[in-house]
Design a protein around this ligand. Structure first.
Ligand code: CXA
Ligand code: CA
Ligand code: CA
Ligand code: ZN
Length: 441
């Protein structure tokens, strides 16, 4: 996709004047609106609903961060005594009213000519074209299927990569999901990298050849095509996270797909019940069609009572982290997650992080989340499920919108970790030497 800076520039004057108006209204004006306050125009309303990033200072523990998350903020970065969040204007004001100290961060949404344009990132359409090209080039190795539709009726696609791809062989299956969060475009590039690397190296790289001869790989390049397209279709970034499903009784659009999964949904203050929140969990588990499509796909991989998928990575940006369950509790062990499970999760998580330089940790070390794909895949399906938060580590390096020049480096950075997950897919417990106990036939 080539987004033309001209397009962004053309909207700048209007956007800037709206911003000035909004700033002039300020927080005092909001507290007691003047009787002659100008009526909100469609434009100023759009600006007010465009989420942006804020630094929130004075938070240093998981408990303090969870309290902020409980208030509905999406936490983008965790530092020693501060975090970076995404919020729209009204949410930011609400958090300030709760006593949080918010400082607006500069953003790629501003008219900064040095900020990354989404040029060089594939649109969803271009992503599907790349998948089709791979299928055409390697028909015995790659197949693709539409596994269902997004809210707006866009096909969600699963790509299979394996020897004898047309046959459902008795081989451990591995799943990679991408782009639950709309603005995390680098994750779609990660899917295309994996597709390209596995297919181009099959038959020449012995490790990849062996793995594809003995594993079946599933890639879902975008779990949220509506959100992805919405985020860039105007020619400037919208900083969009959720899907594009309307919410009844609210003008706020979208559900956070990674809070909509059906395990301990909404249990623990790790998501929001307010449609306007960036972490809105939806009215019920699997209320988002995108969640249902992927959950049904996974449930469909149960053959003769046995889940075929053993290992999974859900790709996100950003922060350079390897995360594992549970997210809903701080505890290392909990119902359905024994000490051996926790040890295996940690050992493989640490080993993968050794290859890409990310920081490995249980996800609740950051803050509590509930209704995530990782918790559901583990607790409900018994799949060793990780989240990778890709490049960068901070908003200063582009945050959700790093320049296209980093794509090759930051996708290939995960080559060894992806292959390692595939390697251990026959028995993840092997990494703690417990294969006899857990994996003998
Ligand atoms: C995350 C992912 C999975 C389990 C716990 C935490 C982090 C993720 C999120 O909050 O869903 N961060 S992100 N990509 O910025 O939204
Ligand atoms: Ca095969
Ligand atoms: Ca199979
Ligand atoms: Zn994400």
């Amino acid at each position: 996709m080539r987004l033309i800076p001209r397009g962004r520039r053309a909207t700048t004057a209007a956007a800037a004047s709206t911003l000035v108006l909004a700033l002039a209204l300020g927080s005092q004006a909001m507290a007691s609106p003047a009787p002659d306050a100008p009526t909100e125009t469609a434009e100023s309303s759009a600006a007010a609903q465009t989420p942006r990033q804020y630094q929130v200072s004075g938070l240093s523990s998981p408990e303090e961060r969870t309290e902020l998350a409980r208030a509905g903020a999406a936490i983008d970065e965790v530092h020693g005594d501060s975090v970076v969040i995404t919020a729209d204007r009204s949410e930011a004001e609400r958090l300030r009213a709760l006593g949080y100290e918010l400082a607006e961060l500069p953003s790629a949404l501003d008219d900064d000519p040095t900020a990354a344009a989404p040029a060089d990132y594939h649109t969803y359409e271009e992503t599907l074209a790349a998948v089709d090209a791979a299928v055409a080039e390697h028909p015995d190795l790659v197949s693709s299927q539409v596994i269902g539709e997004s809210y707006q009726g866009t096909g969600i696609v699963a790509v299979k990569i394996s020897d004898n791809v047309g046959v459902d062989e008795d081989e451990p299956e591995v799943l990679f999901t991408h782009n639950q969060h709309a603005r995390e475009h680098l994750t779609v590039e990660m899917a295309l990298y994996t597709l390209e690397e596995l297919t181009s190296q099959y038959g020449s790289d012995p490790e990849i050849t062996e793995l594809l001869d003995t594993r079946e790989v599933w890639l879902i390049p975008s779990a949220n095509p509506d959100g992805k397209t919405y985020d860039t279709e105007s020619g400037s970034f919208r900083n969009w996270r959720k899907n594009r499903q309307p919410n009844s009784g609210s003008s706020a659009v979208g559900t956070d797909l990674n809070r909509n999964w059906d395990y301990e949904w909404g249990c623990c203050g790790g998501s929001s019940g307010s449609p306007g929140s960036e972490t809105y969990r939806g009215p019920s588990p699997e209320s988002a069609p995108e969640t249902v499509v992927i959950a049904d796909f996974v449930r469909g991989r149960v053959v003769d009572g046995e889940q075929q998928i053993t290992a999974h990575i859900d790709f996100h940006t950003y922060s350079e982290l390897v995360l594992w369950p549970y997210g809903f509790t701080y505890d290392e062990t909990a119902p359905g997650l024994t000490q051996d499970d926790a040890d295996a999760f940690e050992a493989l998580g640490v080993a993968m992080a050794d290859t890409n330089g990310y920081t490995p940790q249980q996800s609740s070390d950051l803050y509590i989340t509930d209704g995530t794909i990782n918790d559901w895949l583990w607790a409900d399906q018994g799949i060793f499920s990780y989240t990778f938060e890709m490049y960068p580590t901070s908003s200063l390096e582009g945050g959700f919108y790093p320049p296209g020049s980093v794509i090759d480096r930051e996708t290939s950075r995960n080559r060894e970790a992806v292959l390692m997950l595939m390697e251990y897919a026959d028995c993840v417990y092997r990494i703690i030497g417990a294969e006899a106990e857990y994996c003998s036939a």
